[in-house]
Ligand binder design. Structure first.
Ligand code: GLP
Length: 241
């Protein structure tokens, strides 16, 4: 595992953008594993800027997203499908048909998990982007998720509901369930980049990078990945040795 310490959010986003641009330029039909949350917004803005200024093309790029809330309408501005369109895809020349995410409105949840798991089996990520939950979760794999898990439905922890409620009008509007790639699907990526910024991620960064590899801290599994890079700003790195 490699750790790149940077000064602030902006630098974190720029360093990550360089890595993503390299992947896209070297492999124009690459499969990108993407994430939501506030952390990747700066990276996404950089990729859009680069596309507009330098013409980096996403025409043949395919994407798979980590997770999606269960039950939200597709048109809801809180859904992750909306987030991705609004914050990245609409700013690129990507074909929306090449973008994939779990269907949060699927009636048969088990079947939807199976569909997405099979899809991921055919679409190994050339690079997978991750943010970190303050409890060390990755995607929506909450503490104690088995490392061997595939796509599944999770009941979100109170901690995550509280963290994510800042993006909703009311905490009661936060969905209680979500679809997520499992740890196994994430670990299958050829390359993984984890972004963390801010003091509220410092504990999770320390536990993931320097702690034991344990299912209690889902992101600690990344220590076992052959090509994983954490890009952390000063605040998020503040508890590292
Ligand atoms: C959600 C997402 C995660 C994300 C996390 C952190 O729980 N499912 O993929 O990493 O939030 O979000 P933020 O980047 O806003 O701190």
């Amino acid at each position: 595992m490699k750790v790149i310490k940077v000064k602030n959010y902006e630098e974190m986003s720029n360093v990550a953008a360089e890595i993503f641009k390299d992947v896209v330029k070297n492999k124009p039909n690459a499969i990108l594993g993407l994430a939501t949350g506030t952390t990747p917004l700066g990276l996404y803005a950089e990729l859009i800027k680069d596309h507009k200024e330098n013409g980096t093309s996403y025409k043949n790029i395919k994407t798979v997203n980590l997770d999606e809330y269960a039950g939200l309408d597709i048109g809801s501005d809180q859904s992750y499908v909306y987030f991705m369109r609004h914050n990245l895809f609409e700013g690129l020349d990507i074909d929306l048909k090449n973008t994939n995410i779990e269907n949060g409105k699927a009636e048969d949840k088990e079947k939807e998990c199976e569909r997405y798991n099979n899809l991921l089996g055919e679409m190994q990520q050339d690079i997978q982007l991750l943010g970190l939950g303050s409890n060390g979760h990755i995607a929506f794999n909450e503490p104690n998720t088995p490392f061997g898990s595939g796509v599944h439905v999770v009941k979100l922890t109170e901690n995550t509901i509280k963290d994510n409620s800042r993006l909703f009008a009311d905490i009661n509007d936060v969905p209680r369930y979500a679809f997520t790639m499992g740890i196994k699907n994430i670990m299958n990526a050829k390359k993984i980049v984890v972004l963390a910024s801010g003091k509220n991620k410092a504990n999770a960064v320390k536990a993931s990078v320097e702690g034991d590899v344990t299912e209690i801290v889902p992101a600690s599994v990344l220590q076992l990945h052959p090509d994983c890079t954490f890009i952390v700003d000063e605040d998020a790195a503040s508890l590292l040795k």
